[in-house]
Design a protein around this ligand. Structure first.
Ligand code: SF4
Length: 432
């Protein structure tokens, strides 16, 4: 029953308070991603045979990995060349030919370009950002194995990625050269997992673990599957986005043998959902591997309701679940790509009610200092007393709800009613 309309703190909830940032407007008339890919391939790689283009090893070998490579493909001003060289001395460049062809090269603010091309802002020192804000190295129990939550571990098996994303949390690793964990290092990780019966969930990540050969990856999965208490294995990979050619039948057939395996990938904009990327996701799904998406909220890439709606709807059409939307970590060299928490909350509020819950990712912040992930959400609870709740809906209208009669209010450990605690925690911004 609607009774009143809530007035809310304007700056937090008013979606019209922000203009769409450049690059975030998803225009219906935009060129479909696969068409742009085709045109750019024709323009930049017309001499490449289909069998090479569709071979992930060709894509990997032919990454654009220097400013010299870049200038051979696209003209850069002297200033850009100097700036980019300066940046890549600290944070190298790597772009697959495939991903390079997703860029709108006529638009300096293109959201795909912002994720791939070095920007001089990466060299800015803020004094507050850190190389390892999540303190993964502190939480490493043996080299490459992060054990933060009781039942889960993260295996960092390589630092190699087909593309170096400018917003990467593990940017610090880029300057250490290219490495893959040696068999004896993998064995130490496996031994730790085997000795800790509480671990039921193992995340195999990197870098990108799908840059390993299928045989190398199988070696790791086989050892994990021999541990009885390991229930699920998750693979974190951006390969479906930046090098979908890697998702071939050989890889999928191998992964299927070690089920249950889940794949978490990382699309940030609907522009990355090409036919090739969608086919790669479909192929994985057909082998019984659920695919979830973990995007990062990035300035000028996807920090608008419109951009997130287009991304989430595109993911659902591709049968990929929008799982997490991460607030960008406090990583040195990424300040220009970070957005405010308030903006993230406004975006989630703009999605809620306007699309199905299946299409709304959980907005989370990974707390600096190794505090772990916490979900962020504006409150829909206005007040509560004696089993009577007052909520606002997505339109700001007020509704009442009553607990079942005869059920006593829950009490906390100190014997006090949790009702009072909850009332104290009610959001200040709500006034009826
Ligand atoms: S794929 Fe992931 S780990 Fe690799 S550079 Fe991109 S964000 Fe970083």
């Amino acid at each position: 029953m609607a009774q009143a309309t809530i007035t809310r703190q304007k700056d937090l909830f008013d979606l019209s308070a922000d203009e769409e940032p450049p690059g975030c407007t998803v225009n219906e008339a935009d060129e479909p991603p696969s068409l742009r890919l085709l045109r750019n391939r024709e323009k930049f790689f017309s001499n490449v045979r289909d069998e090479d283009w569709n071979d992930w090893k060709w894509q990997f070998r032919n990454r654009i990995s220097s400013i010299e490579d870049l200038t051979k493909l696209t003209p850069l001003s002297l200033r850009d060349q100097v700036n980019m060289t300066l940046v890549t001395n600290k944070y190298p460049i790597s772009i697959t030919p495939y991903y390079f062809c997703l860029i709108n090269h006529d638009d300096p603010a293109d959201p795909v370009r912002r994720q791939a091309m070095p920007a001089i802002e990466e060299t800015a020192l803020t004094g507050i950002l850190s190389e390892d804000p999540l303190e993964e190295e502190r939480d490493s129990v043996v080299p490459g194995l992060v054990h933060r939550y009781p039942d889960r571990v993260l295996m960092v098996v390589t630092d190699i990625c087909p593309m170096l994303c400018r917003h990467c949390t593990r940017k610090r690793e880029w300057r250490h050269g290219r490495w893959v964990r040696k068999p004896e290092e993998i064995d130490r990780m496996i031994a730790y997992i085997r000795d800790n019966a509480a671990i039921r969930d193992v995340i195999v990540s990197g870098g990108d673990p799908l840059t390993l050969s299928t045989r190398q990856l199988e070696c790791i999965l086989k050892k994990l599957r021999q541990i009885e208490h390991v229930e699920i294995i998750r693979i974190g990979s951006r390969v479906p986005v930046v090098m979908p050619q890697r998702i071939d039948d050989e890889l999928c057939n191998m992964l299927e043998k070690y089920a249950p395996i889940w794949l978490n990938t990382h699309f940030n904009t609907v522009r990355e959902l090409t036919d090739e990327a969608r086919t790669a996701c479909d192929r994985i799904l057909r082998h019984g591997i659920p695919v979830n998406n973990q995007s990062v909220l990035l300035a000028g890439v996807n920090d608008s309701v419109q951009a997130q709606t287009a991304l989430c709807h595109g993911l659902l059409r591709a049968k990929v679940r929008p799982y997490y939307l991460f607030q960008a970590d406090e990583v040195e060299g990424t300040e220009h790509l970070r957005t405010t928490v308030e903006k993230g909350l406004r975006i989630i509020e703009g999605l809620r009610g306007h699309t199905s819950g299946l299409g709304i990712p959980t907005y989370v912040i990974d707390l600096p200092g190794g505090g772990g992930k916490v979900p962020l959400q504006t409150s829909y609870l206005v007040s509560r007393s004696d089993g009577h709740f007052v909520f606002k809906n997505y339109k700001g209208k007020i509704y009442h709800y009553h607990n079942p009669k005869g059920v006593q209010a829950e009490t906390g450990r100190n014997g006090k009613s949790k009702v009072n605690n909850l009332q104290m925690a009610l959001p200040e911004m709500v006034a009826v």
